[in-house]
Design a protein around this ligand. Structure first.
Ligand SMILES: [Zn+2]
Length: 196
């Protein structure tokens, strides 16, 4: 649980520290959520996460076995919550009290800034409940996936994604980097009644 909690903190940092966000933004630029999104991380972000991982293990004192089990569970969880599986709502409402579900993580991949800045959990949703960063009241159908700065699939090819963190940074939350900032209409969230 502590390994999962400290990964929540790392995920928060990747959004809040500008240098890390340059790299993590590559993952968020995907225009459609599916299992493959789970593997679309910039390799420099992966490299920078290694010292964090080492610090997690040393600070928590995790055994090799605990680390191995957690890493396997993390991989399964990441594949699961990025997938485009639509679970029956009654099951999903129960599940997201403990686990990060695809609907919950889909909100984290929204083009709306306030929606991206919530649901940071990986395996367990408990850290999000603890920190008050859980958000469930956005209907799945109302979510546009990606970051506003990059809406053209032509700009999201393999080479472009590799170069993205090292180029001049467009404002993330404005459409195409210069247009208006996407926002959620209030009644869209109220209509949903999706709170567990
Ligand atoms: Zn993220």
């Amino acid at each position: 649980m502590l390994l999962d909690y400290t990964l929540y903190l790392w995920h928060w940092l990747t959004h809040r520290v500008p240098l890390l966000w340059r790299l993590h933004r590559v993952h968020h630029a995907d225009l459609d959520l599916s299992g493959s999104t789970a593997l679309r991380f910039h390799f420099v972000e992966m490299m920078l996460s290694a010292p964090w991982r080492a610090a997690q293990v040393v600070t928590i004192g995790a055994s090799a076995r605990a680390l191995s089990v957690w890493q396997t569970l993390t991989l399964v969880a990441i594949l699961f919550h990025h997938s485009n599986i639509r679970l029956p709502m009654a099951l999903e409402r129960r599940l997201c009290r403990v686990l990060v579900t695809p609907r919950m993580h889909g909100i984290h991949h929204s083009v709306v800034k306030e929606e991206t800045h919530c649901n940071w959990g990986t395996i367990l949703s408990i850290p999000d409940y603890l920190h008050g960063t859980i958000r469930l009241n956005v209907p799945q159908d109302a979510i546009e996936i990606g970051v506003p700065a990059f809406r053209d699939p032509g700009e999201l090819r393999f080479g472009a994604l590799l170069r993205m963190p090292f180029e001049e940074q467009r404002p993330t939350w404005q459409l195409e980097g210069r247009g208006p900032q996407p926002a959620r209409l209030r009644d869209e969230t109220r209509r949903s009644e999706l709170r567990p």
